[in-house]
Design a protein around this ligand. Structure first.
Ligand SMILES: Nc1ncnc2c1ncn2[C@@H]1O[C@H](COP(=O)(O)OP(=O)(O)OP(=O)(O)O)[C@@H](O)[C@H]1O
Ligand SMILES: [Mg+2]
Length: 152
């Protein structure tokens, strides 16, 4: 099932120079970049993105951190993209994340865990609409796509 998911690289990933490494992993798994931009997230955007966590002990620290310097926002498309990306990213706490995953290979801190990835197609739709207008999401063919599915 072709899906779109929303991902952003948190300030620690940008500051540590891991942007290329992380995007390379998604490209390697056959995911298609259909939107990409750098920006400094506003507090309003961060609070909207994380509204399910409002009131939790880590909420303010999380909002402070993700607004501390620019992030890289993207939309990725591919078969089962939500699940493929979540597996590539690894568990929320890098100490629990499997080696080979992004957080398992580069992360050590649950706040500074490098990356966010939507947990469902519905969340992805809501989250990408905070940062991207429909016209900013591109549609183009990726020749490898036919090799990612059984048919064809
Ligand atoms: N117990 C915690 N202590 C500190 N920070 C936390 C804790 N739980 C979650 N967070 C932070 O809040 C973010 C959102 O939490 P969530 O439970 O949605 O994790 P996730 O779905 O694995 O990660 P993400 O939504 O960032 O892809 C996490 O990425 C992490 O930075
Ligand atoms: Mg989440």
């Amino acid at each position: 099932m072709l899906e779109r998911t929303f991902v952003y690289l948190k300030p620690d990933a940008v500051r540590r120079g891991l942007v290329g490494e992380i995007i390379k992993r998604f490209e390697g798994r056959g995911l298609k970049l259909v939107a990409l931009k750098m920006k400094r997230m506003t507090r309003e955007e961060a609070e909207e993105l994380y509204k399910e966590h409002r009131g939790k002990s880590f909420f303010q620290k999380l909002v402070d951190f993700v607004t501390s310097s620019p992030v890289i926002l993207m939309v990725l498309e591919g078969p089962s993209a939500v699940k493929v990306v979540r597996h590539t990213v690894g568990a929320t706490d890098p100490l629990e994340a499997a080696p080979g995953s992004i957080r398992g290979d580069f992360g050590v801190n649950v706040t500074k865990n490098l990356i966010h990835a939507s947990d469902s197609v519905e969340s992805a739709q809501r989250e990408m609409s905070i940062f991207f207008r429909d016209m900013e999401i591109e549609d183009y063919p990726l020749p490898i796509e036919k090799d990612l599915v059984l048919e064809g």
